[in-house]
Design a binder for this molecule. Structure first.
Ligand code: UT7
Length: 333
């Protein structure tokens, strides 16, 4: 399927929020059998932020990130038409987006959650662009936010070394020009591998004596790291190439490669497969680890704050993770 944006949709502001508590690899080494050397050499991670303040949740981080994005461009929250919260760690299974809508004062916005794990922000941005494309909405707040520390088994060294908590937000706005906007996207899912990375729900209580209905609870993150690694390194380059080809562009046109921050080895392997120079990779893994849906908007926000990304730069954004789901967006900044 050939997909191109017809009407312009561009990111006009970003914001991010991280918890105060830093947790080093050394500290992780004091709770599971691992080392700073193992974690850094296998993942590129040095430390991560964990949300340790009592009562704080994904909602609080999301509110901070959203307010920053709005404040940066002095936009009143009542101008937002839609809020999409990409998260897999809501503090309410019915959704956390509506609380964010209320807290930031976005009184005119519809708000809903979108669950797509580490691909959540990319899928959220594409979803938002469709509302802009069909003329329904003009200003959309897309948030990627996760507090996976609440769902990590802190005695499982194969997963607990990876994850951190954060939120990132972007405001997508309709625009007349197609030039400085989202140019193309590609999204995919292979549900056959859904059990390779999940937070499964398990029934564990005795069935209700009258209704014969079982109930249970969600478990910890379970991951087949090797399979997820192989999937990312094989599928993400194909997705990016497809997106570029549809636009008659090549890898030489790419200025920045902004991938989901899962593992530095994945970022390097994808760039090498595409023959994209290492200095075009945006990476902040060493400071935050894998922050799931937050990783792309957080890295984007930091790259913009440090003036890395400039007007007219071609930015390739790609997310991948549980589902298994993956996707690419190409933006001319
Ligand atoms: O957001 C998307 C989600 N996730 C990902 O993208 C994760 C993708 N996968 C990965 O990043 C990597 O697979 C990991 C970083 C999770 C693991 O790295 P790996 O190079 O695939 O290691 P491995 O699982 O093959 O384990 C190698 C060895 C094993 O020991 P043996 O069997 O060779 O003796 C593990 O038991 O390393 C051992 N090991 C550890 N040792 C020290 C596994 N975890 C640890 C640890 N510290 N934390």
């Amino acid at each position: 399927m050939k997909v191109r944006m017809i009407q312009g949709a561009k990111i006009i502001s970003t914001g991010s929020a991280i918890p105060h508590t830093k947790v080093s690899n050394k500290k992780i080494s004091s709770i599971v059998e691992t080392s700073d050397e193992w974690i850094f050499s296998r993942t590129g991670i040095k430390e991560r932020r964990l949300l340790t303040e009592p009562g704080q949740s994904v909602t609080d981080l999301s509110i901070r990130a959203s307010k920053e994005a709005l404040d940066k461009i002095s936009m009143d929250a009542d101008q937002i038409d839609l809020i999409i919260l990409a998260t897999s760690s809501p503090n309410d299974l019915f959704g956390s987006a509506s609380r964010i809508q209320y807290e930031i004062g976005a009184v005119n916005a519809l708000a809903f959650d979108l669950t797509a794990a580490c691909s959540g922000f990319v899928i959220g941005l594409v979803t938002a662009s469709q509302f802009i494309f069909n003329g329904t909405y003009s200003n959309i707040l897309v948030i990627g936010s996760d507090v996976l520390s609440k769902w990590v088994n802190w005695s499982d060294r194969s997963t607990c070394i990876l994850f951190g908590d954060a939120a990132g937000a972007a405001i997508l706005q309709s625009c007349d020009s197609h030039l400085n906007s989202m140019l193309n996207f590609h999204l995919s899912t292979d549900g056959n591998y859904s059990n390779q990375l999940s937070i499964p729900y398990r029934e564990k209580y005795e069935p209700h004596p009258v209704l014969n209905l079982s109930q249970g609870s969600f478990q910890f993150i379970s991951m087949n790291g090797k399979e997820v690694y192989k999937f990312a390194v094989s599928q993400v380059p194909l997705s990016i190439l497809k997106c570029l080809r549809d636009l008659d562009m090549s890898v030489n046109d790419v200025d920045w490669l902004l991938l989901h921050q899962a593992n530095d080895r994945i970022l390097t392997a994808v760039a090498e497969k595409l023959s994209i120079s290492h200095n075009k990779i945006i990476s902040n893994l060493s400071n935050y680890g894998n922050t799931s849906a937050a990783s792309i908007p957080l890295a984007l926000d930091e790259a913009l704050k440090s003036n890395k990304i400039l007007t007219n730069d071609i930015v390739v954004i790609a997310g991948f993770g549980a589902g298994l789901t993956w996707g690419t967006i190409i933006i001319r900044w």
